[in-house]
Design a binder for this molecule. Structure first.
Ligand code: BDR
Ligand code: CA
Length: 310
């Protein structure tokens, strides 16, 4: 069983990652922190609380994160996730409150209390993770690895070369990549292959429990953005759940270990992740880069997780 802290910005795909973290017997979800990204920090925090209420997990410690990226202003993804950040589903109002400490302090407190190293899963911009690493260097050894959704090896989804989470806070990603902690990157290379087809959503809906129905509603809304012809997708890529899927069933993936860095100054490429695929730099291979996923097994895993809420 892997102990994790999930730092996320729900976000439709973040909400599915949260569902998996709660459902899977392989995962022990110690705490959830909200980041500013897909929507404002107030909205993403509220969405974490609403989702955990839906999932029946009102005892998990939750905290809100930094209000904005380290250097630049926050840019949200309302065009993808709607005005609430989780448009398309009717979710319960929060049945509990966030802790009165910051995300950074909740991460610190959780790590201090754990007797074994904990995996930090980041599915939004890396602001909270970077602040945590900067403020609490003494706790770095308590982090087993950082598994994150972001970046790509040469593609972008927000600008031609830049993925959204990296776009929002490139300086934060730079701090995380340079921290000397093992990294696992679920970038667009793999997440664009983790597509949920319309028929899969119908099958989820047929599970007919409140969580499966809400997730199906979220997926229907999420599909609107990704059904634009420019993407050329048959279904909806659900990016963030790839992090949880890798923790639960790594055999579903192919990957390579390579040096990973991020461009923070380029005019057209600020936020572009740089994977040294041919190992030209001689830098240490600090990241496992996920490249491919067995889509059918991934969909089966999601269905299995959804079934647990019957
Ligand atoms: C990432 O950006 C957000 O819109 C999603 O939640 C995901 O984390 C994909 O680029
Ligand atoms: Ca996200």
């Amino acid at each position: 069983v892997k102990k994790i802290i999930l730092d996320c910005d729900p976000g439709h795909d973040d909400a599915i990652a949260l569902m998996m973290a709660v459902a899977s017997p392989e995962i022990d979800l110690l705490a959830v922190t909200a980041s500013a990204g897909n929507q404002t920090p107030q909205k993403t925090l509220n969405n974490v609380l609403r989702m955990l209420t839906l999932l029946g997990q009102t005892d998990i410690p939750v905290a809100g994160g930094n209000q904005k990226p380290l250097l630049q202003d926050l840019q949200v993804a309302a065009s993808v996730h709607g005005e609430t950040g989780l448009d398309g589903a009717t979710l319960p109002e929060p049945g509990f409150a966030a802790q009165s400490i910051t995300a950074v302090e909740l991460i610190a407190k959780t790590l201090r209390a754990s007797t074994v190293p904990v995996t930090l899963v980041v599915t939004g911009p890396m602001t909270n993770a970077a602040l945590f690493l900067s403020v609490h260097p003494e706790l770095r050894s308590k982090i087993a690895q950082i598994v994150f959704m972001g970046g790509a090896m040469g593609l972008g989804n927000w600008t031609p070369q830049v993925e959204f989470n990296m776009f929002v806070d490139p300086e934060a990603a730079k701090i995380v990549f340079d921290a000397g902690i093992p990294l696992v990157m679920a970038g667009l290379d793999v997440t664009h292959k983790a597509q949920i087809l319309p028929a899969d959503v119908i099958a989820f809906r047929e599970l007919n429990n409140p969580v499966a129905l809400a997730i199906a509603d979220l997926l229907d809304f999420y599909h609107i953005y990704y059904s634009q012809p420019k993407w050329g997708f048959k279904g909806t890529p659900v990016h963030d759940p790839c992090t949880l899927a890798w923790l639960i069933a790594p055999e579903m993936f192919t990957s390579v270990k390579r040096p990973l860095d991020i461009e923070t100054t380029g005019k057209l490429t600020r936020g572009e992740t740089i994977v040294d695929y041919y190992e030209l730099t001689g830098e240490p291979a600090n990241a496992k880069i996920l490249l491919d996923i067995d889509r059918e097994k991934f969909v089966d895993l999601l269905a299995q997780c959804l079934q647990t809420f019957a």
